[in-house]
Design a binder for this molecule. Structure first.
Ligand SMILES: [Zn+2]
Length: 475
């Protein structure tokens, strides 16, 4: 059943459906915008083959109370009334559109229907999955949207591609029809917009969120401590695990050693686990005893590792062993972080929000993936490239760092675990919830299960996988 409110206003006592709970409208859209997106996709899916729907806050105005929803409530929630069209576009064009989620003057950004997930970083969509499968640049996707959104009204970019279906209902009618079919309607979780990522721009200095900068001079009394730290780490193959996780009462370190390319002379008589162990030991000593900044502690740790093999090995060799570093330390009222390389840090905030600190420079090398061995060698620890802990102590100053206040828990994972988000359609919120609720070991089991059933998107089927979760307790 489709209502068209443009032509025919139904009697005011007629209800289309019932909301099971508050359908909240937040500043950027939230559950109400997500419900609108799902309703509009449902209204044209069977006839047009649409796979995704984008709505904006413009078409979802006010929170709906948990109640019987009649015409007045629907008109208040979604008064715009443009018809739903379907545009056939490509994965690459959709990524481009979502890469700059330019809010309009009221702060509205596009909200996607359930099934489409993406991550943002450095002004780009880093990964995108549709119903759990990675979206490629050339893949055709049919996206439903209000004709005005597709045409680029309201200061937004015009959508590229071809309009392939124009017989959808108006969006208010689509919401009414959805309520008729699905009442009582539960509120979507409101987590489809990627969390704000704390990015590599402005590296080399400490940046903070809601707390004073670590550069301002540590420390006073160390007040934020972990009530509990849990972690798990499993190798991806028969080879030794090149990840390492170490924790103390107020800090966690996760290292991911870079596997040497086959047949490449590293100039080093040691192996990757040797380097990771040297770095880890020096970092543990620094974090336990020093009040220096995290980048200062890392720089000193790299110097210790360099000194341990400078006599036997050629540290000028660009293939000398190296590792990513992700470290956190609780200080007064906040948690400091440093990320160097592709092991992200996740923050569960006291108010339920999620923050992700990541270093996406490896994702942005010239020419895009797949990378050649030569390109990676040339861009490692080089300006404009990516930075890791190896034979160059000054790489520590390139870490993405800052501090986050009002934290409930902190997760630190290697890319063998963050592939849940980058490859398999989890949101960062899903990963935080799983770390907090089920624990690191269960999260790694979920990775292995998805790797077995879906296979890798690129590279190794199984990578070394490490996850740590620190639950904050305040002293
Ligand atoms: Zn060596």
């Amino acid at each position: 059943m489709l209502y068209s409110f443009k032509c025919n206003t139904p009697p005011s006592d007629e209800a289309s459906g019932v909301a099971a709970e508050d359908l909240t409208r937040t500043a950027s859209g939230g559950p109400l915008a997500e419900l609108a997106a799902d309703a509009q996709l449902a209204s044209v899916r069977a006839r047009s083959g649409a796979q995704v729907r984008s709505s904006t806050g413009m078409t979802s105005r006010r929170t709906c109370p948990p109640d019987r929803l009649g015409f007045e409530q629907l008109r208040n929630a979604q008064p715009a009334g443009p018809a739903v069209n379907v545009q056939t576009t490509t994965g690459g064009q959709l990524k481009k559109l979502l890469a700059t989620p330019k809010p309009n003057a009221a702060g509205w950004v596009p909200t996607l229907s359930a099934g489409l997930r993406y991550t943002l970083g450095g002004g780009k969509v880093l990964s995108m999955t549709l119903d759990g499968a990675p979206v490629t640049a050339t893949q055709e996707i049919r996206v439903a949207g209000a004709w005005s959104l597709i045409a680029g009204f309201d200061g937004r970019p015009r959508w590229e591609g071809t309009t392939t279906y124009t017989s959808g209902p108006d969006d208010t009618g689509a919401l009414a029809a959805y309520l008729v079919a699905h009442s009582p309607v539960p509120a979507p979780p409101g987590d489809r917009l990627p969390p704000v990522r704390l990015l590599a721009a402005g590296v080399g200095g400490d940046r903070s969120q809601g707390g004073s900068s670590a550069m301002g001079g540590c420390c006073g009394t160390v007040a934020v401590m972990f009530a509990e730290v849990t972690y798990a780490s499993t190798p991806g193959s028969e080879r030794p695990n090149e990840d390492l996780v170490i924790a103390g009462p107020s800090w966690i370190v996760v290292l991911d050693g870079a596997t040497a390319a086959a047949g490449v002379d590293s100039g080093c008589v040691h192996d990757v686990p040797w380097l990771v162990a040297r770095l880890g030991g020096a970092l543990a000593a620094g974090l336990s005893q020093s009040k220096a900044s995290l980048s200062g502690i890392l720089e000193a740790a790299i110097e210790v590792a360099v000194a341990a093999h400078s006599g036997t090995c050629d540290l000028g060799n660009p293939d000398s062993p190296s590792a990513t570093v992700a470290m956190v330390r609780g200080v007064e009222g906040r948690v400091e972080y440093l990320v160097l390389g592709d092991s992200p840090v996740l923050f569960a905030l006291a108010d339920g929000g999620v923050r992700v600190a990541s270093d996406d420079r490896l994702e942005g090398l010239p020419g895009g993936r797949p990378y050649t061995v030569e390109l990676v060698r040339r861009m490692r620890n080089a300006p404009g490239g990516f930075w890791v802990a190896g034979s160059r102590p000054e790489a520590a100053r390139q870490g993405v760092c800052g501090a986050v206040a009002d934290v409930r828990g902190v997760g630190v994972v290697t890319d063998g675990v963050s592939r849940l988000v980058e490859w398999y359609g989890w949101s960062w919120g899903d990963l935080v919830a799983a770390l907090e609720g089920k624990g690191p070991q269960a999260v790694i089991r979920a990775v292995r299960e998805l790797e077995r059933t879906r296979g890798p998107v690129r590279g190794k089927r199984h990578d070394d996988a490490t996850a740590a979760w620190g639950r904050i307790g305040h002293m």
